[in-house]
Structure formats: structure tokens, C-alpha cells
Design a protein around this ligand. Sequence first.
Ligand code: NDP
Ligand code: OXD
Length: 321
Amino acid sequence: MSRQLPGAAPLERATVFFHSDLDDPVQWQATLAAALPQVQFVVGPACDAPEQVDVALVWTPPPQGLGAFPNLRAVLSLGAGVDQLHLERLDPRIPVARLVDPTLTARMVEYCKAAVFHFHRDFHLHRRHQQERRWKFMAPVGAADRRILVLGQGELGAAVAVSLAAEGFAVSGWSRSPKQLPGVRSACGAELLPALVGESDMVINLLPLTPDTRGLLDARFFSWCKAGACLVNVGRGAHLQEADLLEALEQGRIAAAFLDVFAQEPLPPEHPFWSRPQLHVTPHVASLSDPFASAATVVDNIRRSMHGLPLLHAIDRGRGY
Ligand code: NDP
Ligand code: OXD
């Protein structure tokens, strides 16, 4: 790389470029202006003076790419995930931060709990019986007799796992490194995964999308599942081999699923997922960052990038997330 990274500069001269098809630029601008009135806020995708941009606050990169800003100091993701930023195209020296905010976490916990309670109280089965006009009594199962596996025990996975354990469920968590979370049986390492999956009634995916996790939810994974297990995919669409899920539904290995993320978003109208009665499709709404809740961190990170300081919640550029 031949370009020089910019040195520290006064905050008053900062220009923040904003780009998102999900987040509201007006709300973000108002929230940031309250804390940093001097900062220029440019709403993309167009940008007349790309050389003036210091910080990119983005959900996805603009069509011209993040490389179009020659003096960029930092990329601040508007999401917890960063795979959508296509960082492989960005100078590896530019720091990138992901969003960690309590509202984002709380919304994710809500979504996962709603899905778990739906399956726990057998609503997916009662629905099917209703369609068949069949009165089928099924005694409710105690929460302690349901085992739930949460893949990923980071900011979101840990909060989901702990809150489900607090509801009385038997909860396991899986990550790369060991964790200690109240009420959660934590495990790490690929060799333990088949057994963990095999004993679980529900699996919630909250992994980041990386080369190691891409396609993890495939035919092999479903072959480890208990017959009739339920899935909640709120990680990324590319974690799931879609055809393999359809096959697992056919076989009854997976009874039902909540799917919030898809390989192609928006999910195309002709996609088979729309019409499968066992699937609940939601349009990537499990959680979303909130400008009010995350403003303090974003403001702090804008200050840090102008002063050449390390970012809060910086990702490891070498590892890619
Ligand atoms: P974190 O980085 O905080 O946590 C990631 C967790 O995954 C960590 O526990 C990590 O393990 C674990 N992990 C990573 N790679 C592996 C691997 N190869 N094997 C096992 N475990 C692994 O991320 P968040 O919890 O903040 O977010 C997780 C993901 O949720 C995001 O990347 C995004 O894709 C998705 N998301 C979806 C949303 C939606 O609306 N659907 C909203 C927000 C996020 P370790 O701790 O050991 O490093
Ligand atoms: C995120 C998301 O990563 O919304 O925050 O998926």
C-alpha cells in the first residue's frame, strides 16, 4: 500500500460519511450533531469530496466502495456484523469497529426468546394440527426439559443464552474460547459440536460470518440434529445451506425454523422458503442498532479516529471480524 495514513487532526474538521439502506440518516445526523455540532455529516451514496471524508459510518459500503475515500481514518459499522462491509477490499491498516449497544442486544434477546417460547409451547405443531383440523392433546413440557444450544457466545449469543437460562431452560453455548456464563453449560471446539447439536431441542445461530463458519448449517450439521429439532438463524444467511435445510425439513429432522437472515436479501419472491409452512421468515429484523442507544460509542469512536487512538469494539483486521 503506498498511501500514507492520515495523522491526528482537529475534531472540528471531521467529515463523517453515512451510508445505509436500513438506518435513518436524519435520526443519526440529529443524534451526532447534538454531541459533535462541528462535524460535517455527508449522507451517501454520493460524495462530492471523497478526499475530505475521515470516518465512514456505514451498514454496507456505497457503490463506489470504501476505497474511494483516500484519507479515511476509520470505518464504523452500523451493525454488529462486519461481513457486509467487504473488508477484503479495504486497506488492512484502516481500523474498523463494529456496533455493540444495549438496545441491539436487548432486541436480539427478545427475538430469540419469542422464537424459543413459540417452539417450547409447541405452537408450530399445534398450527399444523389446526391446518389438519385435528384436536391433538399434547401435555406441555417443562422448560428444564428443553435443551437449547446457542452457537456463538459473544455480545449477543451470551446475552441470549443467559436470559434463556434465567427462564429455566437447559442451555448450552458454543464458541471458540471457553466462557463462564451463569446457568449456561459452555463448550468450545469443533469436535464437541456433533454431541452438543445431537442433544439439543433447539439451536440458535449467533455466530459471525467468517471463512470458518460459512455454510456450517449444512446437511452434515442437520444429520447430527435430534429428529424434530427447531432452528433459529439470526446470524447470517450464508451460514445456512438453504437446500440442505429444505431436505432436513422433508425428512422431519428439522421440525421448524425461524429464519431472519438469508443468502440473498431481500429474499426473492420465488424463493421456496416463503411457502414452507414450517418456516417463519422475517426480513432481517431480529435486531437493529438504535442511534440514541449507540450514539455515545459512535461519538467516542469519531473522536478517537481524529486523535489517532484505538477504536472501541475494534475488530481484528487480521482475523476479519
Ligand atoms: P461477537 O463477535 O461478540 O461474538 C461472536 C461469537 O462467535 C464469539 O463467542 C466467538 O467465539 C464465536 N465464534 C466466532 N467464530 C467461531 C468459530 N469458528 N467457532 C465457534 N465459535 C465462534 O458477535 P455478536 O455476538 O455481537 O454478533 C454475532 C453475529 O450476529 C453478528 O456477526 C451478525 O452476523 C449477527 N447479527 C444479526 C442481527 C440480526 O438482526 N439478524 C443483528 C446483529 C447481529 P469467541 O468468543 O471464543 O471469540
Ligand atoms: C447487524 C445486523 O449485524 O443487523 O447488526 O445484522
